[in-house]
Design a binder for this molecule. Structure first.
Ligand code: GDP
Ligand code: ZN
Length: 290
């Protein structure tokens, strides 16, 4: 009998699938190459009382992943909101934030930036300065302290499937534990099902929240390669570029040294920040040929 379920934890080729009755089943994919992510909807057949086989992945509405030259790593499927978690301390990488935003924009997924540890008042001005370029582009920023005020995030997740992305140390676990009372129990369940009780690995995991929302916690990122994006996808990922796209003299303009480049003209006129143009060039330099 086929069941439809949701991948709620992933570890190598071993997945924990939530079934319609709310129970969970450790599963392997049938195909050799199929790679799945938390949030994937799958069709499952029981192969024994305690194990299942994933026969098919249902079409994904969104897929967030990162890649370098050699391989890609899925982060989460079917998410509707990317929550970029940064903190006042330790200082965060603005480049990593840019990459998270471009990845989300390329899939047309809404974004929320959470600035955590706002109780560390002396660190706040530097963090605000680092976030100012993103705020002036219209990205919403929620300021909170996960230790005392994680609840402020809950309304932003209502009805959404969110995914936390960010460097480690920013407070993702603290936020999850405050918002999901059964998070620790879930972590134990995942470890038992997927790596025989060893608590050695950090998994991506999907948690259900009241109000028809879900939250996927992904392991801390130190880098977010976007080799899989084409140049048009990267252009689209810089939201302030969009009004000028299509206005360059050459249709295949790389916005480099071409005459009549509308993007370069906008940078020179101050409509696009020079730092964002530099970030675009860096990402374009690593993108796949199109
Ligand atoms: P993760 O690596 O992103 O999961 O980060 P953690 O949740 O493990 O938090 C990293 C460190 O920051 C821990 O020592 C937390 O206690 C601390 N931390 C988390 N949230 C806050 C906060 O709101 N204020 C302060 N001062 N520290 C926090
Ligand atoms: Zn151009």
């Amino acid at each position: 009998m086929k069941l439809e379920g949701t991948v709620i934890a992933a570890h190598g080729r071993h997945y924990l699938v939530e079934l319609p009755d709310g129970g969970t089943l450790p599963c392997f994919p049938r195909g050799k190459k199929s790679e799945l992510a938390c949030g994937d909807r799958v069709s499952v057949a029981r192969s024994s009382a305690t194990q299942g086989v994933i026969d098919a992945v249902l079409p994904r509405r969104t897929l967030l992943y990162r890649s370098n030259e050699f391989r890609q790593k899925l982060i989460a499927a079917n998410v509707t909101r990317v929550v970029v978690v940064v903190a006042t301390e330790p200082s965060f990488s603005e480049e990593l934030v840019t990459r998270c935003l471009v990845a989300a924009e390329s899939q047309d997924i809404g974004v929320l930036i959470v600035l955590n540890k706002c109780d560390l008042a002396d660190r706040l001005p530097a963090a605000e300065a680092a976030l100012a370029p993103f705020s002036s582009l219209g990205y919403p920023i929620l300021r909170l302290s996960a230790r005392a005020g994680a609840e402020a995030l809950r309304p932003h997740l209502a009805g959404q499937t969110g995914v936390f992305v960010g460097q480690s140390g920013m407070g993702k676990s603290t936020l999850i534990n405050a918002l999901v009372p059964e998070a620790n129990a879930r972590t134990r369940e995942i470890s038992e099902a997927l790596d025989s009780g060893r608590h050695t690995t950090t998994h991506a995991a999907l948690y259900r929240l009241p109000g028809d929302s879900s939250l996927i916690d992904s392991p801390g990122l130190q880098e977010f390669g976007l080799h899989h994006l084409s140049v048009p996808e990267i252009e689209h990922g810089f939201r302030e570029f969009r009004p000028w796209l299509g206005s360059c003299r050459f249709r295949n303009c790389r916005h480099d040294r071409e005459p009549g480049c509308a993007i370069r003209a906008a940078v020179e006129a101050g409509g696009i920040a020079a730092s964002r143009y530099a970030a675009f060039r860096a990402l374009r330099g690593e993108s796949r040929p199109s």
